[in-house]
Design a protein around this ligand. Sequence first.
Ligand code: ATP
Ligand code: MG
Length: 273
Amino acid sequence: MIKVSELNFSYEENVPVIKNVNFEIKKGSYTTIIGHNGSGKSTIAKLLIGLLEKASGSIEIGGFELTEENLTKIRSMVGVVFQNPDNQFIGSTVADDIAFGLENQQVPTNDMQEIIERYAQKVNMSEFLDKEPTKLSGGQKQRVAIAGVLAMDLDIIILDEATSMLDPQGKEEINALVDELHEKSNLTIISITHDMEEVLKSDHVVVLDAGEVKMSGSPKEILNRSEELIELQLDIPFIYKMQSELENVGIKIEKQLDIEGVVSELCQLNSKS
Ligand SMILES: Nc1ncnc2c1ncn2[C@@H]1O[C@H](COP(=O)(O)OP(=O)(O)OP(=O)(O)O)[C@@H](O)[C@H]1O
Ligand SMILES: [Mg+2]
């Protein structure tokens, strides 16, 4: 679905921010991009939707090379929700905001109302449809931005720390909604996150450091290199910390991504001994 090759980018001359980045993303997969502050994650998101222009290399999306001519086509396939909702509002009401992308896609007016209501409900913003977006809280604005992008029936959604403003319950609700759409509609998800628990459930993880891809692989492949992750100032999920602690006291099991797996491995050890 996405192929990034030898991608380079700088904001300022002689200060490379993205350095020879390569990765591929399969259709319908869930990819997480992790890396500490300033590693270039948001810059990659902006390059992928053509908000920034690469210095060299190539970006292919859905079989199309990202170029000036293909920009409209690519923007009809990819949507992004950024970390700061203040930069993404344009309508005079919440309903207008959710409708914005749909209007660009020329969805018939009759269908639009139904879609707006459905997605407003999914993000718990139904009561706010007539309200001015500027009067919402940060978390509420973010829910509206998410509803607007999810309503567009895209092929690829990039979430750039899109739930970082939400409280734990709000985060969980949005994550569940994204998971549901991912499963039902074969949506390709790229989630830029600091949440290592989210990394565990992804199909593919890309680890960035100072604009370079340091690791790329399955969650297990990445987490088996925990020491390198710690060196890159990244957190280790609780489930992996626990298994390292077990190892420290001599209990060695095949590494698991969830608690059920750990329990099952421990039970097997117990029955063997
Ligand atoms: N508009 C800009 N002009 C100049 N430099 C920029 C600009 N935006 C970002 N940078 C620099 O580019 C680098 C990558 O920034 P980017 O925002 O992509 O990082 P990030 O991984 O998204 O970080 P965070 O986790 O804090 O969101 C940083 O060194 C940052 O200072
Ligand atoms: Mg960022």
